[in-house]
Design a protein around this ligand. Structure first.
Ligand SMILES: *[C@@H]1O[C@H](CO)[C@@H](O)[C@H](O)[C@H]1NC(C)=O
Ligand SMILES: *[C@@H]1O[C@H](CO)[C@@H](O)[C@H](O)[C@H]1NC(C)=O
Ligand SMILES: *[C@@H]1O[C@H](CO)[C@@H](O)[C@H](O)[C@H]1NC(C)=O
Length: 293
């Protein structure tokens, strides 16, 4: 299910400039090129307005899910000042997904969450759940809205149509029940919540990820790079149960601490102000081994 994330109360951002993560001097490289057919394109036009995310006719994402009951996406998303992620260019821009005390979805009092779903990625019969598909996402921290890595954060995942499992989980922070894993890493977990790869969380630079799901062979494979570097394979195609259809989700789901019922109870700080910057969001068709690096 959905994991959540936490606050990162102001840590008074040691070195920040205005809510905008600084661009550590690596922005001039040529953007990466998408080589394979696009299935879903979540790259945001440079001309987009925040209110575009509130309407299905103008958002690349579902305007109705998954978010605080009384919030609109235009209140959740921000446009950070930052360099382009690897597969963005001058006609697209990064977005930041934020959570606050109001980020309570339905009656899930334990979680604070805001999760984007691609337009067209239906829970049943989605083109994202057949053949071989690769989800791409680039991530950057916002020093003004830090995560609290004492909590478990679920950031990118694919949830089965019956909501009983996630085929994969891309997480950060303290994984509940797995205290042996360091908290300051990005982690890819399989359907059984076993870590198959991790990398340290970097400050002030983009980290680029791609996960290929082979729905025929039931495998997943992880690709990674930092900054403007091309992606490289960092795992083999490992066995994974990709069955059960469902949807991708991208954003922040912060789990509470101190409970065995993370959906409904547990501890979350008040006055939450956390965010995570995303760019280069898309799903491509990786049939015949196609992958954009
Ligand atoms: C981070 O989370 C832990 C566990 O809930 C909490 O004790 C701590 O106060 C939090 N820190 C901040 C800065 O919110
Ligand atoms: C920028 O990216 C978009 C896809 O989001 C693509 O259609 C366009 O051709 C790219 N522009 C350049 C100059 O590469
Ligand atoms: C993108 O914008 C930057 C800064 O505005 C500019 O230096 C660069 O030439 C532009 N790149 C392209 C491909 O238009």
């Amino acid at each position: 299910m959905h994991r959540a994330t936490l606050v990162g109360l102001l840590a008074a951002a040691a070195t920040t400039v205005t809510g905008a993560p600084s661009c550590s001097g690596v922005h001039a490289a040529a953007p990466g090129t998408v080589k394979c057919p696009l299935v879903f394109d979540g790259r945001v036009k440079a001309t987009a307005a925040l209110t575009d995310f509130d309407s299905a006719s103008t958002s690349p994402f579902n305007p109705d899910y998954v978010k605080g009951n009384n919030l609109k996406w235009s209140q959740i998303i921000k446009f950070p000042q930052t360099s382009n992620a690897r597969f963005d260019n001058n006609s697209t821009k990064a977005i930041e997904v934020t959570i606050s005390d109001a980020s309570i979805f339905q009656s899930q009092q334990g979680f604070r969450r805001a999760g984007l779903q691609f337009q067209g990625d239906t829970n049943n019969g989605s083109p994202g759940t057949t053949g071989v598909k690769t989800i791409h996402f680039s991530i950057k921290l916002d020093p003004q809205r830090p995560l609290n890595l004492s909590h478990e954060y679920l950031n990118v995942w694919h949830e089965s149509a019956d909501y009983s499992a996630n085929q994969f989980n891309f997480e950060a922070g303290t994984i509940i029940g797995q205290s042996g894993l360091p908290k300051n890493t990005w982690k890819v977990l399989n359907r059984q919540n076993q870590q198959i790869w991790s990398t340290p969380i970097v400050k002030d630079d983009w980290q680029n990820f791609a996960i290929t799901l082979d729905f025929n062979k039931n495998t997943l494979q992880v690709y990674y790079s930092q900054g403007t570097d091309p992606l490289k394979s960092v795992t083999s195609a490992v066995s994974n149960d990709n069955s059960g259809e469902g949807q991708y989700q991208i954003g922040i789901l912060k789990k509470p601490t101190g409970t065995s019922d993370v959906v409904n109870s547990g501890y979350q700080e008040s006055n939450l102000n956390e965010g995570l910057i995303y760019g280069s969001l898309f799903v491509e068709d990786s049939a015949n081994g196609c992958i954009s690096l």
